[in-house]
Ligand binder design. Sequence first.
Ligand SMILES: Cc1cc2ncn([C@H]3O[C@H](COP(=O)(O)O)[C@@H](O)[C@H]3O)c2cc1C
Ligand SMILES: O=C(O)c1cccnc1
Length: 346
Amino acid sequence: MKNYFIEKPSQTILDQVKNKIDLKTKPLGSLGQLESIAKKICLIQQTRSPKLNHPAMLVFAGDHGLTDENISAFPQEVTHQMVLNFLSGGAAINVFCQQNQINLSVVDAGVNHTFAHHPDLIDRKIGFGTANSLHEEAMTDKEFNQAMAAGAQLVDRKFTKGCNIIGFGEMGIGNTSASSLLMSAFTDCSLEDCVGRGTGIDDQGLHHKIDVLQKVYAQHRAKLNDPLTFFRCVAGFEMAMMLGAMVQAAENKMILLIDGFIASAVFLAAYQQYPNLMCYALFCHQSDEHGHQSLLDHLGQEPILKMNLRLGEGTGCALAYPIIQSSVAFINQMASFESASITNKP
Ligand SMILES: Cc1cc2ncn([C@H]3O[C@H](COP(=O)(O)O)[C@@H](O)[C@H]3O)c2cc1C
Ligand SMILES: O=C(O)c1cccnc1
């Protein structure tokens, strides 16, 4: 595996950034979270005049062997059917990316389906779904490394075209299960507190899901001393590709847009290995999926939006994007007390 180097942004510019924000024509701190977003982006870009260039969204799709255990309300074939929906422009993420002029790429990371050639489908298929983590390691070392490298390469492709802000979406029936296992592994929350209804399982389905995940956890707990090995044993190809994409984006000093429960769980795993990742990430929304609030609390992060979404695909990133644009707009365009000749005295 490539050794990624994620640099902590220098804080020397922070006082100047704070000063610029505080001298805008507004009471101190009155733009709330817009101010903290602006500060973070200024630190990432090491400037007081940040810019958002060529925003991109990568949606990774992959299937999970664990779906054999009946842990989702929907069957596995919905993954490939949704990929076709992404390609014809009909999914929620298509609509919100189109609305906000975010460039959307759809990646076959490992869907259990042979797609006909499509000019807009990026083929990085690692396999036809992962192995069933109840009985085996979900991915081999080789598959995991391949997936991470592919995610990193796709980010680099965007970066060389001038993109400096990138969101990560996923599609993979069963991937809330893998995410719950990661959350339980890397927080002090019990597995029950990390498991939710995903696509909408009922009470009986939820008990069954918890029961299956307890067994999966027990099966792989010996690998917990190495976070990415545990990840490899329980996660999906789309999640591994997302992990590679996140660390490469941070290495490139891009702004990372983190979506809901699944993307946050991938981030959490990556963060174990690369703590400086946090300096580059904006948490776009708090999902309604049980566990997400605790996960964000664990990371000490305040989400931009809280709108009871529980979809994934990167939708929270696309919806939060206009707010992030407002953060950048105010720091660049608002007048200062001095330039507007306004008395700066509370
Ligand atoms: C039609 C449809 C579209 C979706 N788009 C995202 N997901 C979301 O639901 C899945 C995770 O939930 P679980 O773990 O319960 O299977 C992921 O594919 C996620 O992206 C969808 C799910 C469905 C059914
Ligand atoms: O928050 C998410 O990412 C999520 C929640 C439920 C189902 N799919 C995705």
